[in-house]
Design a protein around this ligand. Structure first.
Ligand SMILES: [Zn+2]
Length: 69
């Protein structure tokens, strides 16, 4: 199962189950270096792909620090 987490979609502005578009080690590196983190979720009209904003990235960092992702 691929790791997912809750985030606000930058396209439909809803709270969704987001799937990171990178491998776990790349995701860790991106979060640590504050690099762009692109994620996606499936919407009825097709996939939504967006980059996490600052607050969402902080949230993701906290989730990963707790070992929840
Ligand atoms: Zn969306």
């Amino acid at each position: 199962m691929q790791p997912t987490f809750l985030a606000k979609c930058g396209i439909c502005n809803a709270s969704v189950t987001a799937l990171p578009l990178m491998k776990r080690d790349e995701l860790t590196k991106a979060v640590d270096s504050d690099a762009e983190v692109r994620v996606m979720h499936r919407a009825p009209e097709g996939d939504h792909v967006w980059a996490l904003g600052g607050r969402e990235k902080t949230n993701l960092r906290n989730i990963m620090a707790k070992g929840l992702l």
